[in-house]
Design a protein around this ligand. Structure first.
Ligand code: C5P
Length: 404
């Protein structure tokens, strides 16, 4: 069915079904057009109760299709022609009813028929009342669509049009546009399982204090996003940061290094690749106080014990995944980074200068793999992360071929 790859997505069919979130589809069409994607809108009859086709027509600059029996197409084959002319189909919003139709391969209107007739990837953004989303029938249907290779975007949790609060809101327009852009990237890591750690860890001293490393999480989140773009199934295990995780990541928030190790241990069994971007605190407090330590003028002594080295733990596992480490150094960058790579026995380490990289939106990186060094001059972290993912995929494939 999905014989076309979404990579190089230039033409998108935006399907709109009947739900109040249909009003956001107009803005979505506008943003996608601004991103250089040619949008063809197709609406169900129910969608037309919520938003007029004329709005979509004006925004996309194209006639909007709403009817299987529209007689103004040359051969009355709109359901075939439309699905052949596009690189991917995005249904936003996707109602519970439309999702159920997709599951069963029903084809009783134009949009469901062209979904059945497609030979390109299908992405859907569910939007419905929280009870409808939580209904076992919907849960079953979503699972079946995932098994069929359909990409499910969201939904999100929040206040709903009906006044209730819960899961079922359609993702924001910016998130959906991001998901479309993600589909539009080379699939270096198609179907690979990638576990990524990011952000700092926080080691409690007492209920209100702790020690931590400075880390914004920007690099780790960019690596997670670019791995998703590259087709990987990503688990992002993150210490406390102020960033939204990429929408398609399985997200596990943690606080301390011990929490991070526990999450990594749980997730690593089926991982092909482990990328350790987290700035794990080197020490934890030997005995965490249950009550706030009262301030005094005297010296306060804290006893610290070393934290587990999560990356080394993974690299030493029998059947370890392909492991990638990061080294942020203030001086002797390459020498220290290469020493770490050897000590941890990992095939690739990414060196960056701490004073340049921490908290910044840009960084310059040096990739050291034992045989070669690759320098990536200063650029946005998302661009660096894309280069890194490409390099990881090359080295991963080389290693697996050598070992097989
Ligand atoms: O020298 P250091 O041990 O800090 O090396 C940094 C690399 O090791 C990073 O990839 C970091 O995520 C990982 N690391 C870890 N657990 C630690 C310390 C560092 O996984 N306790």
């Amino acid at each position: 069915m999905d014989s076309k790859s979404a990579y190089n997505l230039k033409h998108l069919l935006l399907g709109i079904t009947g739900g109040v979130a249909a009003y956001k589809a107009a803005e979505l069409a506008r943003v996608l057009m601004q991103d250089g994607i040619d949008v063809q809108a197709v609406m169900t009859q129910s969608a037309c109760h919520f938003i007029g086709p004329a709005t979509l027509q004006a925004l996309t600059g194209k006639p909007v299709f709403t009817d299987l029996w529209q007689t103004n197409t040359v051969d009355n084959m709109a359901h075939i022609n439309l699905s052949r002319e596009v690189d991917a189909i995005l249904i936003a919003p996707a109602s519970a009813d439309f999702i159920a139709k997709l599951v069963h391969g029903l084809a009783d209107d134009l949009l469901s028929t062209l979904c059945l007739a497609r030979d390109c990837p299908l992405l859907i953004a569910p939007a419905m009342n929280r009870q409808m989303w939580e209904n076992p029938a919907t849960k079953r249907n979503i699972k079946l669509l995932q098994d069929d290779g359909v990409t499910i975007l969201g939904p999100a949790s929040g206040e709903q049009a009906c006044g209730e609060v819960g899961m079922g809101r359609m993702l924001e327009v910016s998130e959906l546009a991001q998901a479309v852009q993600m589909a539009n990237r080379p699939k270096w890591l198609q179907n690979k399982s990638v576990v990524i750690t990011a952000g700092p860890t926080f080691e409690a001293i007492d209920p209100v204090r702790g020690i931590t490393n400075i880390s914004s999480g920007k690099m780790g989140y960019a690596v997670a996003q670019s791995a998703i773009e590259a087709g990987a199934n990503v688990t992002l295990i993150s210490g406390p940061v102020c960033l939204k995780p990429p929408i398609l990541a399985a997200y596990i928030p943690v606080i301390s290094a011990n929490d991070m190790l526990a999450a990594v241990t749980k997730e690593i069994a089926n991982a092909d690749i482990f990328i350790s971007v987290a700035a794990v605190a080197d020490y934890q407090v030997a005995s965490i106080k249950n009550q706030k330590i009262k301030k005094s003028d005297g010296l306060l002594k804290l006893e610290l014990t070393p934290n587990p080295d999560i990356l080394k733990f993974v690299a030493d596992l029998p059947n370890a995944p392909f492991c990638v480490g990061f080294a942020a150094e203030t001086n002797n960058l390459e020498k220290y980074a290469e020493n770490k790579r050897r000590k941890k026995n990992i095939p690739l380490i990414v060196a960056n200068l701490a004073q340049d990289a921490i908290g910044a939106n840009e960084s310059s990186l040096i990739l050291l793999d034992g045989d070669s060094r690759q320098e990536l001059p200063k650029a946005a972290k998302i661009e660096q992360a894309r280069h890194l993912i490409k390099r990881i995929s090359q080295l991963y494939k080389k290693q697996r071929n050598e070992n097989s």
